[in-house]
Ligand binder design. Sequence first.
Ligand code: F6R
Ligand code: MG
Ligand code: MG
Length: 365
Amino acid sequence: MKVTISVIKADIGSLVGHSVVHPKIIEIAKKEIANANKKKKIIEDFFVINCGDDLELIMTHRNGIDNKNVHGLAWNVFIKCAEEAKKMKLYGAGQDIISTAFSGNVRGLGPGIAEMEFEERGSDPIIIFMADKTEAGAWNLPLYKIFADPFNTAGLVIDPKVSKGFIFDVLDTKEGRKITLKTPEESYELLSLIGAPSRYVVKSVRRKEDNEIAAVSSTEKLSKMAGHYVGKDDPVLIVRAQSGFPAVGEVLEPFANPFLVSGWMRGSHHGPLMPVSFSHAKCTRFDGPPRVIAAGFQVANGKLLGPVDLFDDPGFDYARNKANKIANYMRMHGPFEPHRLPLEDLEYTTYPEIEKKLKDRWKKI
Ligand code: F6R
Ligand code: MG
Ligand code: MG
């Protein structure tokens, strides 16, 4: 019997600006899921956590992806939490509840979603990455390294079960289209697209040999859904590991180097993605730098064993130090690119007003 992992997340308000989810909201979410499931059994197991100001519902069930009952459950939890957040006057209460018209699926309503369904293996490790103050394209670089870069993943070279390659499903968020590319044979074409993460986003990765799902990311673009700025996507990613997939350590390895992502202050700056423990998922300096946490679980008979806080490890101290150095260096540029995003990617902008104000003062050259 197949198991489905659903990670559904939303920023429904936070404590001290956009820093963290209030512990009371996490308790409400846990209670609401448990109560709803008592009335009608929808899910097998769940875990609630926050990454910065994002509330993350990690659920296992037998209903497949895009299931009305599972999405409905998550939606009701967010509505209840947002109500309480409003009462508490938490900052940005209800921020990601863009539409209130739930009709069976939370896609397009505000929350971010990553879901995958698979036949449970003899032993099935998964890693759920959750990021704050960045966008969905932030997973492009690590996904490429995990599944297509032999300098990252030794298994691509020395494990016959991994070396046949992978298939990447890529979305073009500008044109609203998608494409499938295979590695290693189409690596250059793939890189040419996903190297532009503000436009092209890896949605999922499958194993070439048997089409088995290996990774799924959330790709909701909040700013596009709302038509105006409502916050970066702050994406999540589910990756399967071991026996025929990259090992846990190979999946974590790309985060040992804090690569630059867009997001950070006002969703409008480039900065390093810092891998942190659960307790350090709290964006403070200049509302950042952007953070990522990794929760490791064993999926066992539909239940979640764990989590293990995988970045809570001195092995990632160097990455954190380096991220702080990069943050200093990037901050030095103040309002200049490449720290500030190019004009067309800014989430907040006074640019049209400035253009209007100065329009009669330009002289032809
Ligand atoms: C970035 C983010 C924050 C806010 C910033 C301004 O994703 O959430 O950096 O953009 O704190 O917030 P407002 O406009 O709510 O004052
Ligand atoms: Mg927020
Ligand atoms: Mg956030």
